[in-house]
Design a protein around this ligand. Structure first.
Ligand SMILES: Nc1ncnc2c1ncn2[C@@H]1O[C@H](COP(=O)(O)OP(=O)(O)OP(=O)(O)O)[C@@H](O)[C@H]1O
Ligand SMILES: [Mg+2]
Length: 528
């Protein structure tokens, strides 16, 4: 048994990217000296699972070798780290702030999904290691259609290699985050002391570049296509996001020791010009291996029918997940019947139209909650938050049904089950949500009809100031509304007037516990 305190172990382990479930096993093995069999019994797991989690932990700490020697090596490493930290603390004046050892990389995974099962992609992982670790690329783009597995690959790579960087930060641009907010957010996390607020975005970029020069950071920006314009040709930044161009260019061209990984389903137009020695792109394509393993995991025998079906969808892992759920639910597992009865829809987003239309109202509205929530959430948190008229058992049923459709993902944290949406599904649900809210607002502006209002009552449209998530659903709604309605000042003033009238009608009726008043106030402020 060692003298390493549990909280120290926890801190170091998370620094090396060890997940909560792996930590649970590690701490029993290392601190309590339990055997694999005992841990398996205590945690109600199969011994193989315990072994797998320990194996994963060794790999994350980069402990190689065979057999029981590995635990001893890990112990030695931890004791050394612990002693080093205690010694450096003896010479430091006591401060209120908890100190972190410089040996422990600091990580902020934010909304990065947990990757519980990961298949294949050995070539891609070694390509990424080569580029980021050996060739010291400053910018690496992961490109590929929605659902191909860019996010999954990026999480896997970043988790595996987290220990090789001083800092690891993951951010998704899914909600159209402004560069200014991202910079503030990154600087707050990365900077050793508070920096003065920058006025010009360019100054913020320079402050970040300074940190990227003096530290080895791994930044991952996911869902970058969201900041690209849907109207223009592919790859141009949307209005309000053009300053990302400068940011990406500086990361690519200035010398520093960090790496930015971008995951996007649409290639940025600047990337072509920047590609070279320090800037690379990796095309994440469909994989038969992953698709077959996903099918096997669901209990399907991979017949010729299956092979031809998954090929039609380019072996896209998300498509395979959704289709296999549909085959199971609608065709009692008979893939041949599915092929006969379903039109081929091509890409995954259009594949989602059909399952989405089939959802019950409760399912759809629960999906909106999960999409707006962004983070995995457990049942009791959900129940506390949502304004939907569902009992606990109905909620459980709805969650279960979405799970069967493969639209929801489950993960375990501290023995609780958390739910979140598949990332592509989340983007799709947000789009649908924004579209419907926009229609409700247009309805209000055109004829002040409050009877068609539903989402505006049930969901808060968060602004970037009051959202902890550094994004704003309100901005997304406003972008859509503005591009459709307010082509001139007269139209704008009229819209404000109509919404203000609706608001005062509302106040006479008084909707208790609903978000509509706050939402309309936010929209009016955003128009002005
Ligand atoms: N290597 C893999 N092993 C197991 N499952 C995978 C793998 N790659 C992808 N998947 C599964 O496929 C689904 C889609 O993957 P992912 O979200 O990573 O795609 P994406 O390319 O990031 O999509 P988008 O462009 O919409 O963000 C997820 O449910 C994921 O778990
Ligand atoms: Mg993704």
């Amino acid at each position: 048994m060692t003298l390493i305190p549990q909280n120290f172990l926890k801190q170091v382990a998370s620094g090396y990217g060890v997940s909560d479930t792996e930590f649970e096993v590690l701490s029993k093995a290392l601190l309590e000296g339990e055997s694999i069999a005992t841990i398996a019994t205590q945690l109600k797991l199969k011994p193989e699972t315990v072994r797998k989690r320990l194996g994963e932990t060794y790999r994350k700490f980069q402990i190689s070798g065979k057999g029981p020697g590995k635990m001893a090596k890990l112990q030695q490493l931890l004791v050394a780290l612990y002693q080093e930290q205690s010694q450096s603390e003896e010479f430091l004046p006591q401060t209120a702030e908890p100190k972190t050892s410089s040996l422990i990389s600091r990580q902020d995974w934010n909304a990065a999904p947990d990757v519980e099962t990961f298949y294949g992609r050995t070539k891609e992982l070694s390509q990424l290691s080569q580029w980021t670790l050996s060739d010291r690329c400053r910018l690496v783009a992961l490109l590929g259609m929605g659902g191909m597995g860019k996010t999954t690959l990026a999480v896997k790579f970043a988790r595996q290699n987290a220990g090789k960087f001083d800092f690891v930060i993951w951010r998704s641009l899914r909600q159209g985050i402004q560069l200014r907010s991202i910079l503030n957010d990154l600087l707050e996390f990365l900077s050793p002391q508070p920096l003065s607020n920058f006025e010009e975005v360019e100054t913020g970029i320079s402050q970040l570049m300074e940190i990227l020069r003096s530290n080895r950071c791994l930044l991952v920006l996911d869902d970058v296509e969201v900041i690209l314009s849907c109207q223009d040709l592919a790859g141009y930044y949307a209005d309000g996001f053009t300053d990302y161009g400068k940011f990406i260019q500086r990361i690519a061209e200035e010398p520093h020791q960090s790496c930015l990984i971008l995951a996007t389903s649409e290639k940025l137009k600047d990337l072509g010009q920047l590609e070279g020695q320090k800037v690379r792109s990796l095309q994440v394509v469909g994989s038969e291996e992953i698709s077959q393993k996903i099918l096997a995991e669901r209990g399907f025998v991979v017949s010729q029918d299956w092979v031809s079906l998954i090929e039609r969808y380019g072996c896209n892992p998300l498509a395979v997940k959704i289709i296999s759920a549909m085959v199971e639910e609608l065709y009692a597992g008979q893939v041949g019947d599915f092929i006969k009865n379903t039109l081929f829809m091509g890409d995954v987003r259009s594949l989602l139209d059909q399952p989405f239309q089939r959802l019950s109202l409760a399912e759809k509205e629960l999906m909106y909650w999960l999409a707006l929530e962004q983070q995995p959430i457990n049942l009791s948190q959900l129940q506390e938050k949502i304004l939907l008229p569902l009992s606990a058992s109905e909620l459980l049923e709805t969650v279960g049904s979405l799970g069967r459709r493969s639209l929801i993902e489950k993960s375990q944290k501290q023995r609780q089950t958390y739910f979140s949406l598949q990332p592509v599904v989340m983007k799709y649900a947000i789009e649908q949500f924004v579209r419907q809210v926009d229609e409700e607002l247009v309805g209000l502006i055109k004829n002040q009809d409050l009877s068609g209002i539903r989402l505006l009552k049930l969901y808060p449209l968060e602004t970037s100031e009051n959202s902890k998530k550094h994004y704003s659903i309100l901005d997304l709604v406003m972008n859509r509304l503005k591009s459709r309605l307010f082509t001139n000042t007269r139209g704008l003033n009229l819209a404000i007037k109509r919404l203000e009238e609706s608001l005062s009608n509302l106040q006479e009726e008084f909707f208790e516990g609903e978000y509509i008043t706050q939402n309309l106030e936010n929209v009016i402020n955003a128009i002005q």
